[in-house]
Design a protein. Structure first.
Lengths: 186, 186
DNA sequence: GTCTATAGACTGATAGAC
DNA sequence: GTCTATCAGTCTATAGAC
């Protein structure tokens, strides 16, 4: 495998488990099997690594949402798949999805990284708004008054539920927090 | 003011704005106006400071919930006051409440701190469950199927909404995300 | 593209005087 | 309880050989 990719993989794992500021180039070097200095060839400064991570993540997530849109028909089915994506990212409660991790530690990031992060949030809300509107139209989601507010609430719920699950090192707070959301779907 | 209190105040401000691992004893010393070494007299190691922070926060929050219980009558009024507490903590979107901040950076903490954190979450859910049940009984909250799941969802929503507001440095994601929650209250 | 070697800054923490 | 002085360890980052 490509060294750059191996570095991104290792960094993503570390960032999701321990936070972006909690791993060092030394950790990365140990994990990937090269020397610290070699990492700087691929990511001159750590901000480049942060940007590389969020960039790849946003691209992958965007693909995943497109896949969900193509695979499922009803609004409810798509929202269940979206929920499952966040649930899977938790694993056994030991890691967050990268965007929650980076949202939480946002102070160490420079403008370009924050822009990507906020763009990701906006894209998510836009996708959710569309899917919720479809769910209203096809009658597979109940209890919605404003689709865009509901979309923002859904994203906040997923991210918050991840945070609590991780604090407890258990999936159950996530499942309990998202139960009512799932119950609104046919 | 007590030096210990001044240190806790400064540390809380820093933890909420930049994260617990993002401030140092040097920062604290500068802010409070004493020398680094003196801080170790009050908090021998940084873990003691973490514990002191969450301990004081949990005690204060518990008091605040009791106050809300005593001040307001209906379930809806109490939930609106609870929501306002989280909104106020954000200020202009530049800081998190301490428990979101510490949940986010939980990897740097030892068992006693994590116990306090999880206890805080459990206490919050217990209080919310009770208030939501009251709201069902007095008819001031609608759309609840299971009070305990709704309580966990409410906590996750508040924490997630804070995270998004802070990422955007703006209150509006918080307001949008919690709009539907408020709309369910009479 | 990877290496050795090193710089310079900062970290939490300690010893011991006052 | 606060100070000066200092420690060993870590961090990101760079220079330059191969």
């Amino acid at each position: 495998m490509d060294t750059r990719t191996a570095l991104l993989d290792s960094a993503e794992r570390a960032a999701r488990q321990r936070g972006f500021d909690a791993f060092s180039y030394a950790d990365l070097a140990r994990d990937v099997g090269i020397r610290k200095a070699s990492i700087h060839h691929h990511f001159p400064v750590k901000a480049d690594l942060a940007f590389g991570l969020i960039e790849r993540y946003a691209a992958r997530f965007s693909e995943a949402l497109t896949d969900i849109g193509n695979t499922y028909d009803t609004g409810a089915e798509k929202l269940r798949a979206y929920h499952q994506t966040y649930r899977n990212a938790l694993a056994d409660g030991s890691q967050l999805c990268l965007c929650v991790s980076m949202s939480a530690g946002r102070d160490s990031f420079a403008e370009p990284v924050l822009d990507q992060l906020n763009q990701f949030h906006e894209d998510s809300v836009a996708w959710l708004t569309q899917v919720i509107q479809q769910g209203i139209a096809d009658g597979t989601i109940s209890g919605v008054t404003a689709a865009d507010a509901d979309a923002q609430a859904t994203l906040a719920l997923m991210e918050g539920a991840q945070l609590m699950a991780r604090a407890a090192s258990s999936l159950s707070p996530f499942d309990k927090a998202t139960q009512a959301f799932l119950d609104r779907l046919v």
